[in-house]
Design a binder for this molecule. Structure first.
Ligand SMILES: [Zn+2]
Length: 148
């Protein structure tokens, strides 16, 4: 029982910790430039974390911070990097799903937008009418066998 409660608290705490990382993102996004996608932003933040890790490594090598501080800070950065990694994998999946849906919609639109060519091209004068018509816009001949 204690284990379950402990687990729930741990999950809750993880969500709570992740929240400040995620929520300002969605709140700030309308004012962001169009080319800054959430995915690009996540990648940028991950790079920042890696930069910080490198700096930390350097400072530790230079003897500026204690081994204990180094270990705990390093763990923080690694945790953050892992969180960002998961978030950007999720964003990537969303993006792929969007791309798939866009392709589907485009394919459906294309198939719907392409009526049989006999509704466009006049068999009498060969004029290609810009829209499907019953009678040719050029010579007035009847176009299409269907009861349009
Ligand atoms: Zn015609």
């Amino acid at each position: 029982m204690f284990l379950v409660i402990g687990l729930m608290i741990a999950v809750g705490a993880a969500a709570f910790v992740a929240m400040p990382l995620l929520s300002p993102e969605s709140a700030a996004s309308p004012s962001l430039p169009v080319d800054v996608t959430p995915l690009a932003d996540l990648k940028r933040r991950r790079l920042v974390v890696y930069e910080n890790l490198k700096d930390l490594e350097f400072e530790y090598q230079a003897g500026k911070i204690s081994s204990q501080d180094y270990q705990s800070l390093r763990q923080n950065y690694l945790d953050e990097a892992a969180t960002l990694m998961v978030a950007s994998q999720e964003a990537e999946q969303v993006k792929e799903t969007d791309a798939f849906l866009e392709r589907e919609v485009a394919a459906r639109r294309a198939s719907r937008k392409a009526p049989p060519p006999q509704d466009y091209i006049c068999p009498h004068c060969g004029f290609e009418n810009p829209v499907p018509v019953k009678f040719c816009g050029e010579c007035g001949a009847k176009i299409g066998s269907s009861g349009y």
